[in-house]
Design a protein around this ligand. Structure first.
Ligand code: ZN
Ligand code: ZN
Length: 364
């Protein structure tokens, strides 16, 4: 990991604070753990981050006393660290830190109704609590070079893993065997984990976009959809390749050619200033013109980073425009029952004048 470019973690809290005025809040209570990690470098499974104008406070429990201090220092983040051994102790620490806050923002996508009631009545009775939406997520959408380097490293691991397991297609392996081999190869090559549950879907299973690998043996003349990725330092990659052994029938060949052309058109459309909808339409129009518009049954893509699905979205309803530093997938597909499915997906980073592809396994 030492060879990867550094991330600018310390620069993130100032960018968040710069949004407080437009969000009309005095401080933000960050409860989403990915957002806590993004802002502080802390990777523990429990913790709350209070971001005020004058100070950042990380409250967590005794298990993380050492780790939290180390991770804040390593990230170069200046934050007070409050350790509360019980939930009550953590509440008291946080309440004391927030006692003079007038308007406290909560993360509406993360806080349950029950938690909101607790915060309002027991934790912060003196503050006015307001919901905020995607305050941190919108910052996360634009990656710095260190973040891109991690996604690129994850993508390279996935590329190499697919290369290793390709011969299994000739050996009448089951989907589950191939999936396990992929996951194992990614771990051996340096991934901390798969970036989501690996999909290996052969024959008719490939017509279900989110099929789970099962005991089905991969046969000749079948399309096989591989959709998977690796995780490096918390950052994920996402790639789909459709492979086969033996001969495809005419319909399958045409499915593959159409999806390949659609995917290339989508990647070619990615640049700053275009909307997710424009990229989606670039893919969708190719598939529609081929007569298979109804067989492309999902959105074209999504942002990738600390989460496998994050901002920005790339679909027929995505009006937000792409900007340099966004990392998105382009993954059209055609799904036709007994013929199976074809999906091709790359993860790309938006550059000043276009995009650069991070997933590089060859396409058939
Ligand atoms: Zn995928
Ligand atoms: Zn994807």
């Amino acid at each position: 990991m030492s060879s990867l470019a550094a991330m600018d973690v310390a620069g993130r809290v100032p960018r968040l604070r710069a949004r407080f005025a437009s969000l009309e809040i005095d401080a933000l209570l960050v409860t989403n753990l990915r957002n806590v990690r993004y802002l502080s470098g802390f990777t523990g499974s429990a913790g709350l981050l209070l971001v005020r104008h004058d100070v950042v406070v990380l409250v967590t429990d005794g298990r993380y006393r050492e780790q939290a201090g180390e991770q804040l220092r390593a990230a170069g983040v200046e934050a007070a660290l409050d350790i509360g051994l019980s939930a009550d102790a953590q509440r008291e620490l946080l309440a004391a830190r927030a006692s003079d806050i007038g308007v406290l923002g909560l993360e509406a996508d993360d806080v349950t109704w029950a938690a909101q009631r607790r915060y309002a009545t027991e934790w912060f009775p003196g503050a006015s609590l307001v919901p905020t939406e995607r305050a941190v997520e919108e910052l996360r959408a634009v990656k710095d070079p260190g973040e891109v380097a991690r996604i690129e490293a994850a993508a390279a691991i996935a590329d190499a893993a697919l290369d290793e397991v390709r011969p299994m297609l000739d050996e009448r392996a089951t989907e589950a065997e191939v999936g396990l081999a992929l996951d194992t190869a990614m771990r051996r090559l340096g991934a901390s984990a798969p970036s989501f549950e690996t999909i290996v879907a052969s024959g008719p299973n490939g017509a279900k976009p989110h099929a789970r690998p099962g005991e089905r043996r991969i046969g000749r003349g079948e399309l096989v959809v591989f959709d998977f990725g690796a995780t490096v330092d918390g950052y994920r990659s996402d790639m789909t390749r459709t492979l086969w052994v033996g001969e495809l029938d005419e319909t399958q060949q045409r499915m593959y050619e159409v999806v390949k052309e659609a995917q290339a058109a989508g990647v070619a459309a990615v640049r700053p200033g275009v909307s997710g909808r424009d990229v989606d339409e670039a893919c969708r129009s190719v598939i529609r013109d081929a007569g298979w518009g109804d067989a492309f049954i999902h959105g074209t893509g999504h942002g990738v980073g600390l989460d496998i699905h994050e901002d920005p979205r790339v679909s027929s309803v995505a009006t937000a425009t792409l900007a340099a530093g966004h990392v998105v997938t382009v993954e059209p597909g055609v799904y036709l029952g007994e013929h199976g499915g074809v999906r091709i997906e790359d993860t790309v980073v938006v550059t000043a004048d276009g995009c650069r592809t991070l997933t590089r396994a060859p396409k058939a």
